[in-house]
Design a protein around this ligand. Sequence first.
Ligand SMILES: *Cc1c(COP(=O)(O)O)cnc(C)c1O
Length: 391
Amino acid sequence: MMKSYATTAGSWIELSTSALKRNIAYLKKRIGKGSHFVSVVKGNAYGHGIEDYVPLVERCGVRRFAVSDATEAERANRVRTEGMAIMIMNHIDHADLAWAVERGISWYVFDLERLDASIETAKRLGKRASIHIEVETGFNRTGFRPVEMERVIERCRHNADVLDIAGVCTHFAGAESIANYYRIQEQRRVFNEVRAQWEASGLRPSAYHVASSAAALTYPETTMDLVRFGIAQYGFWPSTETRVQNMMNGETSFSKDPLVQVLTWKSRVIAMQYVRTGEYVGYGTSYLAQRPTQIAVIPVGYCHGFGRSLSNLGHVLIRGHKAPVIGMVNMNIITVDVTAIPGAESGDEVVLIGKQGRHRITVSSFSDLANYVNYEMLIRLPSELPRFVVD
Ligand SMILES: *Cc1c(COP(=O)(O)O)cnc(C)c1O
């Protein structure tokens, strides 16, 4: 794949179609035919890039997307094809509701003000507003409390001519950790009570949905009508605990991970330096060459999400070998030791996250080192970096 990227960007991201296909096939198999796959693309598609990722997911047969706010919905909307659903799980200004109605975009409603604004907007436009009623079941973030539900149902019934109840939903407070087991069970109990109220109302919401990746992979009963898959579709387990649980209960094998990372982050060596014994490398005195050392310079730094905590600690891959980061991570530059890599030269491809030869640098190893979890690490990948879809 030849592209003219390196001159401006310094590094770029490749998205693997085959990896994504595998992940989606695996996750669809896990949730079964009765439940729809929703691709959560908030946070710039977890750093993968909304504009590149949404069309790719579509090609893999997914027809529903979820975003956090209206700005992300706008970006997804520009690249989606006709008939693809978008739901906004968090913020949209009342002033933007008309925009969403016109485009058939649905949104979460978690207070009466927004419910009224939704009804008012739909009436004004003479079109139906498609809404998801979010229930507060114990997460204590957003959602109607169960005591408010009768009132909500009444108001929805009253305005049934302008409302599509696309969903009744909630979100769990950390299904990726067994420590939250009882809290999750309590949330399920509360949700099921609210669900019974809706079922008795005769209003027939199109979907009941509660599960994210961790919930779907840990508590199969939570998959309901659709699952909002974030992290798992990108090829990551929500936590090591989730992975281990799935191995223990025989869902996944110990040796082969059914999830494959979709993203590879690459760069190139832009300069080589030969350093003599006793010389320092980079800012300050954090690295002193103990022997003659061949150094490669790479145009990536903490402004791209390559954390300063990886100074003298992280690795990259060059010519299929691991090259340790030496010295401080700069804003736009890192230096790595390539003394042991025969033939390393300027122009060599560098893998910062992903596979090269027999080695792999996973986001998780990277984030353990840099002290942030996969989610945060991915999302720090700058949106300006070019993304390329590969096979
Ligand atoms: C982010 C998010 C998800 C997806 O979570 P993952 O753990 O990445 O699968 C699902 N639902 C809601 C409401 C979210 O905010």
